[in-house]
Structures are given as structure tokens and as C-alpha cells.
Design a protein around this ligand. Structure first.
Ligand SMILES: NC(=O)c1ccc[n+]([C@@H]2O[C@H](COP(=O)([O-])OP(=O)(O)OC[C@H]3O[C@@H](n4cnc5c(N)ncnc54)[C@H](OP(=O)(O)O)[C@@H]3O)[C@@H](O)[C@H]2O)c1
Length: 258
């Protein structure tokens, strides 16, 4: 496959239409990046975000990409389209995810496969196709502070994020020096969709730094990784110190929220 040099200062954020992904897209737009807004089902929110990034960075070449990341053919098509349009990103943030809290040993084979598909296989396919189509680049994978814990309560989600951490390190080695691959492991930021925020508030008292991780913290971390050209293979914990505690100390074995 012909490799192209990506245009400079263009970022693809997966799952960008809402929540953390939206904040990341806005932060990079403020820094002058062109934004490729990936979404799956949140088309209306993605359109609104496109308007916002256009007003923040009117000179940028911003666009929308809709794709189910669990469909490897669709991921290939997304990168083929970007390559054809000569708009491959200089950095990709693998943000899209689906968190379901359920005991690992209680998951059916189908549930386990779904968790692994959306939280590992999809993001890994994004990494591979980006590497395949681009001559150089930077990947930032959004993990979870639980990658540092023995946590049987996060089911296939936890396994998937641990696999993505390992892939971060393996690909950082394999693809150096033309690609950098890094990761951010957030702590408690937002309750999962549909879960009342009060549940997250109850866990905040257990965080060593005493407050939840903010979306702004994550944006700063992503900008740091992007600006620091000597860093690769790093998992940067942005979690107020949660990963320093065991799963028992954080209530992970019994809590029903993030
Ligand atoms: N929230 C937290 O407190 C927290 C804590 C630790 C780690 N994290 C990590 O930080 C990242 C962002 O978290 P978040 O809570 O903002 O994420 P989220 O709201 O759960 O999901 C982000 C987006 O992922 C997209 N997505 C889900 N399945 C998809 C699929 N099959 N194909 C394509 N896109 C799909 C959805 O896009 P559409 O809406 O367009 O369908 C969704 O809006 C995640 O990687 C998460 O694991 C978050």
C-alpha cells in the first residue's frame, strides 16, 4: 500500500461527538489543529461540534467521519477515504469506547466478545490502518486507571483496555521511529451514560488527590503527549493517584459505578 505523509496538525478523535471526546476535539481546535470528528450514532452532536470547531479555528479543514469501529472493513474504508482526500491526520486519538460494569466471570461469550470488539479490536484496527496508510504519525489511546488494577468487576472492558495498553507498548517499539504511540489512563471523570452522577461523587472521597479527574486534565495530558516528541510507549495516569491503590481500596470489587 502506498504510504503518504499525513498533513501536519490534523487530529482524528474517535467517538468525538460527546463527553470526553468532544472536549479533546475542542482543545486541539483551540491549538490550531484541523479536526476530523469521528462518530457512530451521535450525528446531531457531531454536526454541532463541527460548528464549534469551525468557529474556534476558522482556517482549519474540519470534517466528519461516521463509522462503526467494530467493523474492520468500515475502518479500512475510513482511512482509505482520508488517504484519497489527502487528509490523513498527524495524530489519532482512540477515544471511542463502551463501558459496561459486570463481573468478568459472569459475562456470556457474546458479551465478552462485544466488550473486546469495541474496546480493543476496533481501536487496534484504527491503529493498524492509520499506520498502514500514513508514513508517520502519533497515536494516543484512551485507557482507564483500572489497567493498573486486578479488577474482576470490569469484565471484558478491563481486559480490552489492558490489551490496548500492551498494544500501545508493542506498537511504540515496532513502529518507531516514524510513529509514536502513547496512552492516557483516566481516573473518574464522568459517570457512564445512564448512571446518575451521584454514584461517581460517592467514590471521589477515595481518590488520593480528593477530586475527580476533569476533562481539562485529559486535554492537557493529550497536548503534552502531542508536544513532547521524545515520548513514546508511555501510559500517563491522569487519575488523582487512584492507580496507586488496590482494587479493594477503591471499592472496585463492589461499587456499581465508575
Ligand atoms: N468517563 C470516564 O470517567 C472514563 C474513565 C476512565 C476512562 N475513560 C476512557 O475515556 C474515553 C472516553 O470516555 P467517555 O466516557 O467519554 O466515553 P463514552 O461516552 O462511553 O463513549 C464515547 C463514544 O464512543 C463511541 N462508540 C461507542 N461504540 C462505538 C462503535 N462501535 N463504533 C464507533 N464509535 C463507538 C460513541 O459514539 P456515538 O455516540 O457517536 O455512537 C460514544 O459517544 C474512553 O476510552 C473511556 O474508556 C473514561
Amino acid at each position: 500500500m502506498t504510504q503518504q505523509q499525513p498533513q501536519r496538525r490534523t487530529i482524528l478523535v474517535t467517538g468525538a461527538a460527546r463527553r470526553i471526546g468532544r472536549h479533546l476535539a475542542l482543545a486541539f481546535a483551540r491549538e490550531g489543529y484541523s479536526i476530523i470528528i469521528h462518530y457512530h450514532t451521535s450525528g446531531g452532536e457531531a454536526e454541532s461540534l463541527l460548528d464549534e470547531v469551525r468557529s474556534l479555528n476558522p482556517d482549519g479543514h474540519h470534517s466528519l467521519k461516521c463509522c462503526d469501529l467494530t467493523d474492520a472493513i468500515a475502518v479500512l474504508g475510513m482511512f482509505r477515504d482520508l488517504s484519497t482526500a489527502d487528509s490523513l491526520p498527524s495524530v489519532v486519538v482512540n477515544n471511542a469506547s463502551c463501558y459496561r460494569r459486570r463481573p468478568l466471570c459472569g459475562e456470556s461469550p457474546t458479551e465478552l466478545l462485544n466488550d473486546l470488539s469495541v474496546n480493543f479490536l476496533g481501536p487496534f484496527e484504527v491503529m493498524r490502518q492509520y499506520h498502514e496508510f500514513s508514513g508517520s504519525g502519533h497515536i494516543i489511546n484512551l485507557l482507564d486507571y483500572r489497567v493498573g488494577l486486578a479488577d474482576p468487576a470490569s469484565g471484558g472492558y478491563g481486559l480490552a483496555k489492558k490489551s490496548l495498553r500492551d498494544a500501545t507498548e508493542a506498537c511504540a517499539l515496532e513502529w518507531a521511529p516514524s510513529f509514536r504511540v502513547n496512552a492516557i489512563a483516566p481516573g473518574l471523570v464522568l459517570s457512564p451514560p445512564g448512571v446518575p452522577p451521584e454514584r461517581l461523587e460517592r467514590l471521589v472521597g477515595r481518590i488520593p488527590l480528593g477530586c475527580r479527574t476533569t476533562e481539562a486534565d485529559l486535554c492537557e495530558a493529550a497536548l503534552f503527549l502531542e508536544r513532547t516528541s521524545g515520548v513514546t510507549g508511555l501510559t500517563l495516569y491522569v487519575d488523582g493517584g487512584l492507580h496507586l491503590l488496590g482494587a479493594g481500596h477503591t471499592g472496585e470489587r463492589t461499587a456499581t459505578s465508575r
